[in-house]
Design a protein around this ligand. Structure first.
Ligand code: AMP
Length: 436
């Protein structure tokens, strides 16, 4: 059927059961629920509260917040116009969270705001393994303090999430970008160093040389990486205060037993970072290696309209990349829950009784399945088997007359008669009814 609709390239459906598409595995919805619930538990331990912002914002917020020169804003936005307003599907959540913080005056609630989110983001990137156009991020923002302990806590929290899932082989890379004034100084030094080699640079890097030379540090081109060996390093250009902040952060991470490697070339793709920048990597994540990244963004609030600076630090992580790591490690993930009981009815009268009894059992908190197709007993038994319910309850004319059902334990094949009034207690003998 060539004329049926398909999901848009770079997006995927999450189904009850896991499946593969184009060589990529997609976890089932129960696994997604489990992963999200685990993230929430870890966020809770660090005393971080959830925030949910809309999935679309004014384009201006993202353009100013993330930065005009970034790939995200210049090439990857899903933007649209309606009336005289430009909107964009959010490509990240930090700028929206800062917008909400300022709009709702969360600073006036006293103390530091610690907020986390989990939700979809949108970037018009070239889809490939581990890279999608609609993907899911979780992350945390600690807003309202320049204290290096906030940076250390955000990093420790990020690491704790991956630890909770037993993800190994990760490398935490750390750098400092200095303050507002140090970046232009470094930018000029880097431009001066690279300019004589302009002819050796790739087209992208040549473009970046004049606009955003720091991004050249990210290059995957071996010749350019060689060239960068002799380049000035950011750390030599940063202000004394930022340097002290960095030293303090490294000390705190040491106290917490968080291992890291220093990477003077780590700059990250977003413009809003100041001082701390970090990335968590793991091999075998498809074409890329980043599980998560983040940093301090003391300039963002002013960029999006605040009259005074609001110091803040956070991280963002991709759920799809986390799943890739879990698949790669062969981690067992929860499957879709099975019904605790499946009803099989013989005849119209029994079907009617079963329909009401199923309702009563559901009110009592059991997960109950039944046939909605009026199929034969054999087909209903097959369905019970397929759905993997531990018990099948069979009711026909005789059972209705005797007010007793046949209850089959699927694993053993044993069948017993249970009085209608005792069914709930019998079926929930293991006490696993799920009450809301
Ligand atoms: P960024 O905001 O670019 O630092 O992204 C933070 C994290 O989101 C990355 O480390 C990835 O795990 C994830 N991520 C970013 N872009 C994509 C994408 N297009 N598809 C899947 N995951 C992504």
């Amino acid at each position: 059927m060539s004329n049926t609709f398909r999901n848009i390239t770079g997006t995927f459906d999450i189904l009850p059961a896991p499946y593969s598409v184009g060589g990529s595995q997609v976890a089932g919805s129960a696994a997604w629920q489990f992963v999200e619930a685990t993230i929430r538990v870890v966020m809770g331990r660090f005393n971080v509260q959830e925030i949910r912002t809309p999935i679309f914002e004014q384009t201006e917020l993202i353009a100013r917040g993330v930065g005009q020169l970034t790939d995200i804003v210049s090439k990857e936005m899903f933007a649209f116009e309606r009336g005289d307003t430009n909107y964009v599907l959010r490509p990240e959540v930090t700028a929206p969270v800062m917008r909400a913080y300022l709009q709702h005056h969360l600073d006036q609630q006293g103390g530091v705001q610690k907020l986390y989110y989990i939700g979809p983001c949108f970037r018009a990137e070239r889809p490939q393994k581990g890279r999608f156009r609609q993907f899911h991020q979780f992350g945390c923002e600690v807003i309202g303090t320049p204290d290096a302990r906030a940076d250390a806590e955000v990093i420790a929290l990020m690491m704790a999430v991956y630890e909770a899932f037993g993800v190994n082989e990760t490398t935490l890379r750390l750098n400092t970008l200095g303050d507002e004034a140090s970046r232009p100084r470094y930018k000029a030094a880097l431009q001066a160093y690279l300019s004589p080699y302009e002819a050796r640079l790739s087209e992208t890097s040549r473009e970046r040389l004049s606009t955003n030379p720091l991004r050249i540090l990210d290059t995957k081109n071996a010749d350019e990486q060689d060239l960068l060996q002799g380049a000035p390093v950011l750390v030599d250009y940063i202000d004394a205060e930022s340097r002290a902040h960095y030293e303090e952060l490294k000390g705190l991470l040491g106290d917490l037993g968080v291992a890291f490697v220093e990477d003077p070339f780590l700059v990250r793709g977003l413009d809003y970072y100041t001082r701390t920048a970090f990335e968590l990597e793991r091999p075998n994540l498809g074409a890329q290696s980043a599980l998560a990244g983040g940093g301090r963004y003391d300039l963002l609030a002013v960029e999006v309209g605040s009259k005074r600076p609001v110091p803040a630090v956070g991280f963002a992580a991709g759920l799809e990349r986390l799943f890739l790591a879990l698949f790669e490690q062969g981690t067992a993930l929860p499957e879709a829950p099975k019904p605790q009981v499946f009803f099989v009815a013989l005849g119209d009268e029994a079907a009617r009784w079963v329909f009401s009894k199923a309702q009563a059992l559901r009110h009592a908190g059991l997960r109950v399945g039944l046939d909605l197709n009026g199929r034969s007993m054999k087909a209903q038994m097959r369905e019970a088997n397929r759905q993997g319910a531990p018990f099948t309850v069979i009711v026909g004319k005789d059972e209705l007359a005797a007010e007793k059902a046949q209850v089959k334990t699927m694993e053993t094949g044993d069948q017993v008669e249970v009085g209608f009034n005792d069914l709930t207690a019998y079926l929930d003998s293991e006490g696993n009814a799920t009450r809301p």
